[in-house]
Design a binder for this molecule. Structure first.
Ligand code: ADP
Ligand code: MG
Length: 144
């Protein structure tokens, strides 16, 4: 199942993430693909909020490759592969182990050699100005 939503602001992109949150359970993986500035982190901020996590906690994980946000319905692990180019380093992150305990959102997921089974794909394309096209696919329980 695929669904495309056009957003006109950062908040609207976050709202898509927020709407997705109730459909997620421990073990859910959300793969985010899109250029720098597309809105991946904005989407994750909304996702966090939808899980009951304070959205201010969500920043781009610059130095830590994985950040865990607690305090919501489920923990959210926020991964950013932007600075990782060596596939071995990505393997070393141990994503397989962490993904069972919470929801995992991975920015620059195209760098993964193998997509986790059952993952939800979120592709964000930058259109003119503040317009973004957000395409969700892979889950049978996408928000309407
Ligand atoms: P990424 O994580 O993909 O690099 P960010 O979420 O960090 O991108 O940044 C997106 C930037 O684009 C923010 O500065 C945000 O305010 C701006 N922006 C403008 N319009 C939108 C939109 N429709 N959706 C998301 N972000 C938008
Ligand atoms: Mg980002």
């Amino acid at each position: 199942m695929t669904k495309t939503i056009t957003t006109q602001s950062e908040k609207e992109t976050a709202d898509v993430g927020r709407a997705l949150a109730p459909t997620l359970t421990a073990g859910s993986v959300v793969l985010l693909v899109g250029d720098l500035g597309a809105g991946k982190t904005a989407f994750v901020r909304g996702l966090a909020e939808g899980l009951g996590i304070h959205p201010d906690e969500v920043s781009s994980p610059t130095f830590t490759l994985i950040q865990e946000y607690r305090g919501g319905r489920i923990s959210l692990f926020h991964v950013d592969l932007y600075r990782l180019d060596d596939p071995r380093e990505i393997d070393d992150l141990g994503l397989d182990e962490i993904t069972v305990d919470g929801v995992t959102a991975i920015e620059w997921a195209e760098k993964l050699r193998e997509a986790p089974r059952g993952a939800i794909d979120v592709r964000i394309e930058h259109r003119d100005g503040d317009v973004r096209e957000v395409t969700l696919s892979g889950s049978s329980a996408l928000p309407s």
